[in-house]
Design a binder for this molecule. Structure first.
Ligand SMILES: [Zn+2]
Ligand SMILES: [Zn+2]
Length: 197
């Protein structure tokens, strides 16, 4: 009976390209990290140039129930078009670096923006989708409060939805005020939402 050697264990067995697993993971997680910064930059650009779809989201926040706001933000078509364009623009890099490395970095960024960011943003707007123990945690209330501070009072601050520490880093952090950082805001307590103070 033979056992796989270390080098075999650390590679994609089915891959004809013999891609080293640690390098593949490093590429993907670098892309994920880049995606976190990209999220911040894109949100900043949306406000700097008053892009209509995002201004619409800010308007809806004041007029629609939280569930409708959350559902209407879950439209990945624009994200996917954007990332298709990014891949097209970055494709010449494949002449310099392995195609799979470029693709994995790109996939890491796409994973963050299309899945992680979109899910976090929707859950912030309709926290009833989360377990009670989580949505009532101090960490969640601060995290969601940062985005609500952005919506209610500070559209030129708190650009990072998923990682508010980036706003501290770039000096665009506006601390959420206690009225909705620590207690469920009335907007999040519509009839039948199941959320109690
Ligand atoms: Zn929002
Ligand atoms: Zn915004």
């Amino acid at each position: 009976m033979t056992f796989p050697t270390k080098s075999v264990v650390l590679t994609f067995h089915a891959s004809p390209y013999n891609i080293p697993m640690p390098t593949a993971c490093a590429c993907f997680f670098s892309g994920w990290l880049a995606g976190i910064f990209l999220e911040y930059a894109l949100h900043w650009i949306m406000h700097r140039f008053a892009l209509g779809f995002h201004i619409g989201h800010h308007r809806e926040f004041f007029h629609l129930p939280p569930r409708a706001v959350a559902v209407r933000t879950l439209d990945p078509r624009l994200d996917l078009l954007f990332f298709a364009a990014v891949l097209a623009v970055c494709s010449p890099l494949m002449l310099v670096w392995p195609w799979w490395a470029v693709t994995l970095v790109w996939a890491g960024a796409l994973w963050h923006v299309v899945f992680v960011y979109e899910a976090c943003h929707a859950l912030m707007h309709h926290e009833a989708w989360l377990p009670k123990v989580l949505r009532e945690s101090r960490a969640f209330r601060w995290w969601r409060g940062c985005h609500f501070e952005h919506h209610f009072h500070a559209p030129a601050a708190n650009f990072s939805v998923t990682c508010p520490w980036l706003d501290i880093l770039f000096r665009t952090y506006a601390p959420p005020r206690p009225s909705y950082a620590e207690l469920p805001h009335p907007k999040l307590r519509p009839e039948g939402d199941g959320i109690t103070v």
